[in-house]
Write a protein that binds this ligand. Structure first.
Ligand code: GDP
Length: 298
């Protein structure tokens, strides 16, 4: 997930921790390399700049403790700052507000981002881990076979889907899903909205209309983690126009540069709740800042 960034930072810190005493210049040089490594990982410029500045301020002010070398101390400060940037101050990563059944979860995102796959993965997780009864409904009236795709996934994972009725509008489907979820005693119902290749007015208008009808407890934006800063721009726009409560970054199993994961929280203010790590139905992980920081620093 973060191989390149991890290699680069590993090299910088190896050199730093091997030194006995550190001059201010040593730290400056190391942090310059950190900044370049972050930018190469497609972290947005302001985030990379703030990151380095925060580390520098803390490193300068830090009292030297005897148990660690100055180099180790800098690495610890970098680790803490990474956890912070990744959203480590949020309580309980991956937790969803799905009390008061039936709780609606609205899934939004661009076409091809992995939205339908993620809807099914998350439904499976809620069923298997939390023992929730989940109903899934596809509101995608644009893409041929989108509804059948979700239905097929539902059968695979043993999660119910709303019966397909052709000719309904997304709002009508959302209303029917709510009714069925209430009558059927479901804990959660998930609304998989239509995606587009780009954010356009129609997409936003449709998602907003569904949001107003469904009054979702969570609105999760699914974005392709391989697209780096673009993923962050997409999230900013969706949040401005529809309001999102959390982000799912997909394709984090690919050789993306990881920048989206690092910039997302700082730029959008929204937590990454889960990461997609493959096409299989169990390839969804809670986004845990501490663990991710650990992976980045190796
Ligand atoms: P949608 O148009 O946003 O609903 O996208 P889909 O859910 O149909 O996914 C598009 C493709 O991406 C499918 O082939 C999925 O199997 C694949 N995909 C989704 N999530 C991931 C992921 O986390 N990793 C990988 N490698 N592929 C994924």
């Amino acid at each position: 997930m973060f191989e390149n960034l991890s290699d680069r930072l590993g090299g910088v810190f190896d050199r730093l921790t091997k030194q006995g005493a550190l001059s201010e210049d040593d730290v400056k040089t190391a942090l310059r390399e950190v900044r370049v490594a972050l930018l190469e990982a497609d972290v947005s410029l302001p985030v990379a700049r703030d990151f380095v500045k925060a580390v520098q301020d803390k490193a300068t002010g830090a009292a030297v403790t005897k148990s660690v070398t100055p180099g180790q101390q800098v690495v610890k400060i970098v680790n803490d700052e990474l956890v912070h940037v990744l959203g480590g101050d949020d309580a309980e990563p991956g937790k969803l507000k799905i009390d008061s059944p039936p709780a609606p979860i609205l899934m939004v995102g661009l076409q091809g981002s992995g939205k339908t796959t993620t809807t099914a993965k998350l439904a499976k997780r809620l069923k298997d881990r939390d023992g929730k009864r989940v109903l899934m409904a596809s509101l995608d009236t644009n893409r041929p076979a989108a509804m059948e795709q979700l239905q097929l996934l539902g059968t695979q994972i043993g999660v119910d889907t709303l019966p397909i009725v052709k000719g309904e509008t997304p709002v009508q489907i959302a209303k029917r899903a709510k009714q069925q979820a209430t009558l059927g005693g479901y804990d959660v119902y998930m609304l998989d909205t239509a995606g587009r290749l780009h954010i356009d007015e129609e997409l936003i208008a449709q998602a907003a209309e569904v949001r107003d009808v469904a009054n979702p407890r969570e609105t999760l934006l699914v974005v392709d983690g391989l697209t780096g800063q673009d993923a962050v721009n997409v999230a900013t726009e969706f949040d401005d126009k529809i309001g999102v409560t959390g982000v799912v970054l997909t394709r984090m199993d690919g050789d993306g540069r990881g920048g989206a994961a690092l910039s997302m929280r700082a730029v959008t203010g929204k937590p990454i709740k889960f990461v997609g790590l493959g096409e299989k139905m169990d390839a969804l992980e809670t986004f845990e800042p501490e663990r991710i920081a650990g992976r980045i620093l190796g």
